[in-house]
Design a protein. Structure first.
Length: 229
């Protein structure tokens, strides 16, 4: 994965108030740590960081140039998002060096189409692997092409690029192929619905209107109207 150059500024304000002011200025609070160095608090441009993550994924490698002259390579270790605004709240960045191996979680994508009348259950959508910091893949692939119901795809079946090693259990289930339910099976699983009180009242009213009721004693029916002599 190619690195993305991004500028940063040292951050001197801390706490919730300082973080809010940083975000209002269009930046994301972040911290750089690793290699036994003292954590360094910085602010990253929110739009540039978001664009890089959208393109390269959560394991995007950043070449960070801080305005105080610091230049480092770093990988996102933890990203906090606002669940409502879908904005970045805070980022933990792990310092790395070229040639250094890191352990990361990489997304797994299923490719191909399983056999007809099957369903795919994706049990794990990421796998833990080790790779050189500058060569972390943005995703891994596992083929389900033509797989029949009852087949299981494990971590060992996932294709690993050169230099990438599996850390997860090779027998870990990534996906399972199951038989798709028939229309009859789906219908059998649907709960029986009972009429609501309002629906029942309406139904009773419609039945009452449609029924013929005998005329009360001494009361004329429409057919018994008076005729003039």
């Amino acid at each position: 994965m190619s690195e993305v150059k991004i500028s940063a500024e040292p951050r001197t304000e801390f706490g919730k108030g300082g973080a809010r002011r940083t975000r209002r200025a269009g930046k994301v609070p972040a911290v750089l740590y690793g290699h036994g160095e003292k954590p360094k608090h910085i602010a990253l441009p929110a739009r540039e960081f978001a664009a890089a993550i959208r393109k390269g994924g959560a394991n995007q490698l950043f070449a960070i140039e801080v305005s105080d002259g610091t230049q480092v390579l770093a990988l996102p270790k933890a990203i906090q998002r606002d669940p409502i605004k879908d904005t970045f709240e805070h980022i933990d960045l792990l310092l790395v060096r070229r040639g250094e191996k890191v352990t990361v979680e990489v997304p797994v994508q299923l490719t191909g189409d399983a056999a007809k009348d099957t369903l795919i259950v994706h049990d794990h959508d990421t796998l833990t692997v080790t790779a050189e910091a500058t060569k972390v893949p943005d995703h891994l692939e596992a083929s389900i092409e033509g797989l029949e119901a009852g087949t299981q795809v494990t971590a060992a079946d996932v294709e690993l690029p050169a230099g990438v090693e599996l850390v997860a259990d090779p027998e870990l289930s990534v996906a399972a192929v199951t038989a798709a339910p028939t229309a009859e099976q789906l219908e059998a699983t649907l709960p029986e619905t009972e009429a609501t009180p309002v629906e029942a009242e309406v139904a009773e009213g419609e039945a009452a209107e449609g029924a013929e009721t005998p005329a009360a004693e001494g009361e004329e029916t429409p057919a018994e109207g008076r005729t003039e002599a």
